[in-house]
Design a protein around this ligand. Sequence first.
Ligand SMILES: Nc1nc2c(ncn2[C@@H]2O[C@H](COP(=O)(O)OP(=O)(O)OP(=O)(O)O)[C@@H](O)[C@H]2O)c(=O)[nH]1
Ligand SMILES: [Mg+2]
Ligand SMILES: [Zn+2]
Length: 318
Amino acid sequence: MRARIYKSDKRFFECKVDETGDIVKAMARGNLLKKGETLVVGDYVFLEEIPETKEIMITSLEKRSSEIFRIIVRESRKKVTASNCDLLIILTSVSRPQFKRGLVDRFLVRACQWGIRPIVVFNKMDEFDESFDISFEEKRLNRLGAKCFEISAINSDYSARYLENGVNELRNEIQDRTSIFLGQSGVGKSKTINMLSDGKFELRTNTIAKVGKGSHTTTWSEIVELDGFCTIDSPGIRSFSLDDIDPDDLLSYFPDLEEVASDCKFSNCDHTEGTKGCAFWSEYSPDTTEGEFLHSRLDSFHRIYDEISQLPFWQKKF
Ligand SMILES: Nc1nc2c(ncn2[C@@H]2O[C@H](COP(=O)(O)OP(=O)(O)OP(=O)(O)O)[C@@H](O)[C@H]2O)c(=O)[nH]1
Ligand SMILES: [Mg+2]
Ligand SMILES: [Zn+2]
């Protein structure tokens, strides 16, 4: 029978059986995986009961549609923490903590690397005081293929101000899908998940309003099934560091920039401002919206590039 891994222990996997919806504990057959590989939360597997012992064994693993992973640089291998995630929900706050475009671009790198479709949710719209140009950000993100939503997690009746997409549209988007919520501490991830699940699952929220002092409560990976949708909660997902990415690969996770870079006359160009003949600066004027979008992306790229180039690879944590 087909099932999905919802939680993993050292030896046992809690699996939800497709047909019955039952949660069963199963063990993996010894030769199921190659050395160094593991079964992870989100995996679709096949189960068989051993007649003599009534033990349930995982006998095969279905091909994954997406993987959440980091690179263990020293060993040049992937460490997968979860799989088959449909949607990466980048949650931002429009009041406190401040909206940070650079952080959104960081999460977009992961979405691209992991092969998961990103959407961006602007939360705390009830407190928005036009402190930044939200329409610009939304257009910029739409161009990158990320749908945007405006919500207030403390008011489920709040209707979007600058967009068509509010809470109801977000509900439709996540329906029957598996999502992960990413965003810095205090943006309202727990509050939003509580609202979207109509209180069916009361996740612990950070009651201390002090931003940056969030309490990260989950220490293991699991799928949490809520009101018609699932989320994956995993400590491994939360780090914003892109330290494990090879600087030479970074451009491939900015497909919009990669396209322009392929037009650049110079093979070794670092596309910095003022480089004569560089496609980014000769073909796209900073005075046009088009140029503004592109240069803002290039800025994010350069910041991340500089950061991940600093450490020689043998010193990298991952
Ligand atoms: N005004 C307003 N406050 C909100 C909104 N959403 C969340 N908050 C408040 O913001 C604070 C942080 O919310 P959380 O849901 O705990 O944030 P989190 O992203 O889960 O934070 P961590 O668990 O630390 O990562 C809480 O005091 C919430 O009540 C909103 O839409 N509007
Ligand atoms: Mg939280
Ligand atoms: Zn260039």
